[in-house]
Ligand binder design. Structure first.
Ligand code: PLP
Length: 353
């Protein structure tokens, strides 16, 4: 019997998002998925040990109100400006369900986070790709004209995989003039010199997304949040899963978020290493795209990203390579611990000497 297919056409046509691998190699240096090299807040351990497991009988708070109140207070916002999700990917899903459709296109930067394309495909929504300009991957001057037909504009700031940020005034100007939702994905903003949260509190069409996966060292937990006008948050609440953030995640999130000092100190250490790694790679002959994130997008001296990726992998150092005409010339390297970065630098010095 021929195998039957009951999927919607749009789903059958999708390839699906490919996450960075979690390889099982001994003594591996893992610099491929932008995880934080430092552990999460030490305050978590004790609270987790003391957690009364019998509480798990009950459902969690469906809207994570205590955590949202903490987040709102930190940003000078109100609880109804905040929504939490099972990772910021969960909130991205809500945003695409809410603002894209067959006749409601989405615009995004290229190169950028490829999950957006998959989420648009699920909605049957057209994708408008806006190519970043030049070797510094800057926003093109005619971005607003290119994005004109879109109902949702995804701006990733700092961008991934390029690591670049865009001037806040330019972004504010886009928010002011764009006739649709501007969703600013700030997964890496804690490593950057500024952020766009004030825009989400000022404009009725701006959503800022944050995650606990990178700066809070909690990628395994799955927690993210968004800040926007109450009307947007209220709409997103309607289409989220009823209990999208579990009880343990709410508790751990509250502890981690309360320990801003620890998070900031880790970010400071990562940024210091980012600066050191940038200089070392330049010395070897790499072109290093200016980064405001916890990773670097770099072009090897011979412009062959794949060759460098394979060489490093053979030496138990895993970085990220994105095939393609533009991205294939580069590698994306997560900033690791000082000793990990040392081993990376030594391997590359050896390869290109
Ligand atoms: C890591 C990342 C995310 C995903 O965050 P989660 O909270 O782990 O789902 C979202 N956007 C960008 C650009 C990222 O790099």
């Amino acid at each position: 019997m021929p195998e039957r297919n009951f999927f919607r056409k749009a789903i059958s046509a999708m390839t699906g998002y490919t996450p960075g691998e979690q390889p099982k190699i001994a003594d591996l240096i893992k610099l491929n998925t932008n995880e934080n090299p430092y552990p999460p807040s030490p305050d978590i351990v004790e609270k987790l040990r003391a957690f009364p497991v019998e509480k798990l009988r009950r459902y969690p708070d469906p809207t994570a109100s205590k955590l949202r109140a903490l987040i709102a207070e930190e940003w000078g916002a109100q609880v109804d400006n905040v929504i939490c999700g099972n990772g910021s990917d969960d909130i991205l899903t809500m945003i695409f369900r809410a603002f894209t459709d067959v006749d409601l296109p989405m615009a995004m930067l290229f190169p950028s986070y490829s999950l957006y394309r998959e989420l648009a495909a699920m909605q049957n929504a057209q994708v408008i790709l806006i190519s970043l300009a030049g070797k510094d991957f800057a926003l093109p001057d005619d971005l607003l004209a290119q994005a004109e037909k879109a109902n949702l504009l995804m701006l990733t700031r700092p961008n991934a995989p390029t690591g670049t940020s865009f001037p806040l005034e330019t972004v504010e100007n886009i928010c002011r003039k764009f006739n649709g939702i501007v969703a600013i994905d700030e997964a890496y903003a804690d490593f950057a010199s500024d952020n766009a949260v004030s825009l989400a509190l000022k404009y009725d069409n701006v959503i800022v997304l944050r995650t606990f996966s990178k700066s809070y060292s909690l990628a395994g937990l799955r927690l993210g949040y968004a800040i926007a006008a109450p009307k947007i948050i209220e709409g997103l609440m309607k289409l989220k899963d009823s209990y999208n953030v579990d009880m343990l995640t709410q508790m751990i999130g509250e502890i981690a978020f309360a320990d801003q000092k620890y998070m900031r100190e880790n970010c400071r250490k990562v940024v210091a290493e980012r600066i050191r790694l940038t200089a070392a790679l330049k010395k070897i002959g790499f072109y290093v795209v200016p980064s405001e994130a916890n990773f670097l997008f770099v072009m090897p001296p011979d412009g062959d990203g794949r060759k460098a990726f394979e060489y490093l992998r053979g030496n138990a150092i895993v970085v990220r390579y994105f095939a393609g005409e533009v991205t294939g010339k580069y590698l994306r390297i997560t900033v690791g611990l000082p000793e990990e970065n040392d081993r990376l630098i030594a391997a590359l010095e050896n390869f290109y000497k």
